[in-house]
Ligand binder design. Sequence first.
Ligand SMILES: Nc1ncnc2c1ncn2[C@@H]1O[C@H](COP(=O)(O)OP(=O)(O)OP(=O)(O)O)[C@@H](O)[C@H]1O
Ligand SMILES: [Mg+2]
Length: 251
Amino acid sequence: MQILKLGGSVITKKHGYMQVDSASIARLSHEIAKVWHSGTRDFIIVHGAGSFGHGPVLKYKINDGILAEKQKAGYAATHAACAKLSGFLVDALVKESVPAISIPPCAIITQANKRIAEFNTGIVSHYLKSGFLPILYGDMVPDKKLIGSVCSGDQIVAYLGKNAKRIVIGTNVDGVLANGKIVPLITKRNFAAIRRHLRSSSAPDVTGGMEGKIKELLNVRKPIYIANARKSGRIAALLLGKKTLCTEIKF
Ligand SMILES: Nc1ncnc2c1ncn2[C@@H]1O[C@H](COP(=O)(O)OP(=O)(O)OP(=O)(O)O)[C@@H](O)[C@H]1O
Ligand SMILES: [Mg+2]
């Protein structure tokens, strides 16, 4: 199985508030559909929340869990926004005849203090095995300690990534940058030097931008590729096992 992460920075206008990037979703869905129809179907998609998640989480102040009764409506509104975004991606893929099924993480994941504690992956595997394209996303999920909390798409990728053969992370930059240049390969040897170049995002991002992403992915001992999903052909190349401009992480 491969995991394709589509960043909220790719499918939404991340500086806005709940603004979808329909043109980017349509272009990407066409690219993914070509891969699908060529016969490569061994992947799932996890997408970020972008301006449908980070904005509402800040608005309702639920980044540290639910501390007051009235925040439950904020939790519900944020989940609804993330699910709505997922619907836009599903619509675009179905239009390309790809059987994409959005599975709400809030129905199959439980966290404890913002970390995944239980993940009922059965339904995801079932759909994958029967020839569907399962789609998960960054969402609000129930939390044993905090009533409810944010579960980033990156955390879902890291959890499921342990059983993946390859992880392709599509974002809005060409890879991990250090002094303005793409780092082609990150390994144990150069990680300490690269680490100090990692920052959050210039757009609102409650889960730490590139720094948060790499932190999540550090313990996944599988080949990881970070590439620009806004540039035509890069995601398709990686899903097909071909080379393209990106950062590879090999720990
Ligand atoms: N060293 C770095 N190299 C590349 N990008 C970096 C670096 N440090 C910080 N960033 C920021 O991280 C951003 C990518 O992470 P971000 O979390 O915003 O995207 P995403 O995961 O695609 O979106 P989402 O979290 O909504 O799914 C880049 O747009 C850039 O602004
Ligand atoms: Mg992010």
